[in-house]
Design a protein around this ligand. Structure first.
Ligand SMILES: [Zn+2]
Length: 398
């Protein structure tokens, strides 16, 4: 058995940052053996300048929208953004498949090893069958009209079955049915989906716009305008008089893990509610930050300081190229640091590695340098005193 040995200025293990006196040892296939003091590591050590980290985990992506790069104007607000995404349909299948392959390459070169990917069709499946990245496939369900609930459920279930029956390896075939957003899933549709939540990770776009709370509080605002724009009959809906998250969260009680995506308008009282309810049913809730998409669509920043103060578990996502310039978690970290300079490198890396692995149920393989895992090895170069700077880069080491 031959070994590979890596040494750098620092090693981030998945939970803590060690100094340069340690050496990371893997077998020839990248499976972690151990981290040892340099004097016990023997010879043939590869030396790097920077910080070694496990590969990064992108918890929110829409790979199937990769062809929409630059198509939608910035800062229009969520309602006009969603309207554009669903009406831009003039692309050939070849264009879409090419974009998917290009973007997967981009993610790999940016040090990403696993992705939580939203799917509204099976167009990403051929690329995923190449097994270059690990995916948790979130088959998305949406439909606001109660009378189309069964049709919409059956369509998504068809995609779910196509993924389930494909030749994806066990490691790469994590799969669940997920609601798109509180404002796009009727009560009837929720009922069809709920039996599929048990033991799964379920993601949902949460409080991405202030109008989401307004809809549930008073049945007014820009989402009502969206239904009118899309000619969707909205007369069945009754406001709960509570905010969005507190109105729907209990519908997810059977899920093992929940990813709340965006949370741009989540309030402290919502977090307290979620913490209370999730502890009763013993489930893990993760708040996924996609700050560059929030800046792109609504020009707002998510309340990261409030979420941290309340000990929320955090993960990172890029969202899609319809609302971002690249699928690069380091760029997400750079934007977070710009708005929240005190977050700290160790926190950011935990969100991007071990927390992501935990919520995507890939913790036995990815997210940390623990013996027996194969998490990938990346290097962060051009750090300044353990701080990310605009010049910081990711290099894939293994
Ligand atoms: Zn999204």
């Amino acid at each position: 058995m031959s070994y590979r040995k890596f040494r750098a200025d620092h090693i981030f293990t998945g939970t803590e940052i060690l100094d340069g006196s340690n050496v990371l040892i893997t077998d020839e296939n990248g499976i972690i053996e151990k981290i040892v003091p340099a004097e016990e590591a023997g010879d043939n050590i590869q030396q790097f300048h920077g910080l070694l980290s496990p590969g990064l985990i992108n918890c929110h992506c829409h790979l199937e929208l990769s062809h929409m790069k630059g198509l939608i104007p910035e800062k229009t607000g969520l309602v006009d953004f969603v309207f554009k995404v669903v009406t831009e349909r003039h692309f050939s299948e070849d264009e879409i498949l090419d974009a998917i392959a290009t973007v997967e390459d981009e993610m790999l070169s940016n040090g990403i090893v696993a992705v939580g990917d939203i799917c509204n069709n099976t167009l990403t499946l051929p690329q995923k069958l190449k097994q270059r990245l690990a995916y948790y496939n979130f088959i998305e369900v949406s439909g606001w009209l109660p009378q189309i609930a069964l049709t919409r459920f059956e369509r998504s279930k068809g995609f779910y079955d196509a993924f389930a029956n494909s030749q994806l390896s066990t490691f790469n075939s994590q799969l669940s049915l997920v609601p798109h957003a509180p404002y796009s899933v009727s009560d009837e549709l929720w009922k069809y989906m709920q039996p599929y939540f048990a033991g799964k990770t379920v993601s949902i776009h949460n409080q991405e716009t202030a109008f989401e709370d307004e809809l549930f509080l008073s049945n007014s605002g820009d989402l009502v305008r969206m239904y009118e724009m899309m000619k969707i009959d909205h007369s069945h809906f009754e406001a709960s008089g509570k905010g969005s998250l507190q109105s729907y969260f209990d519908k997810l009680s059977a899920a093992k893990n929940i990813i709340l995506v965006h949370n741009t308008f989540t309030k402290e009282e919502d977090v307290a509610f979620v913490n209370r309810e999730s502890s009763i049913v013993n489930q893990n809730v993760f708040f996924c930050i996609c700050i560059n998409a929030n800046l792109y669509i609504e020009n707002v920043i998510p309340p990261i300081d409030m979420l941290m103060k309340n000990n929320c578990k955090m993960v990172l996502g890029t969202d899609s190229l319809a609302s971002n310039y690249g699928l690069n978690l380091l760029d997400e970290m750079k934007s977070i640091i710009k708005h929240f300079p005190n977050v700290g490198l160790q926190n950011l890396l935990q969100w991007a590695t071990i927390n992501g692995a935990e919520v995507l149920q890939m913790n036995d393989q990815l997210g940390s340098f623990e013996q027996g895992k194969k998490p990938g090895v990346i290097l962060l170069e051009n750090l300044n005193d353990l701080q990310i700077t605009p010049k910081t880069k990711v290099k894939v080491v293994y």
